[in-house]
Design a protein around this ligand. Sequence first.
Ligand SMILES: [Zn+2]
Ligand SMILES: [Zn+2]
Length: 137
Amino acid sequence: MTKIEGGCLCGKVRYRTDAEPITTAVCHCRNCQKQSGSALSVVVAFPAGSLDASGDSLTAYQDIGESGGAVLRYFCNQCGSPLITRAEFSPEVEFIKAGTLDDPSWLKPDAAYWGEREHEWLKGAPSWPIFPRNPES
Ligand SMILES: [Zn+2]
Ligand SMILES: [Zn+2]
């Protein structure tokens, strides 16, 4: 696989790695919902220490996860994008928020975490129309 790169919405924070991703997962925990402002977060795990992140606006929020352990959530303090997560429960890996990848085309989540917090409307196969982009107004 080629080098993996990504960054925040405003572009002030960038990251890259030569490491192979270990796994891709969706996380339904309430804290990921809160931080992402969405129903879930999509995360890719890499070996701890393999991500090279740069940018003065990279800021860490010290969170306590639903499991009770410390979670460092890195975000850009200019545009608010969540970028990197390091969690006490899994010191051997660090996660990127998959939406910040420059090229997300290869993503294929193989697990869901915190399924008990999954939004009801997400459960089962979606039955609503799926628009390739925005619906026509
Ligand atoms: Zn930014
Ligand atoms: Zn989570």
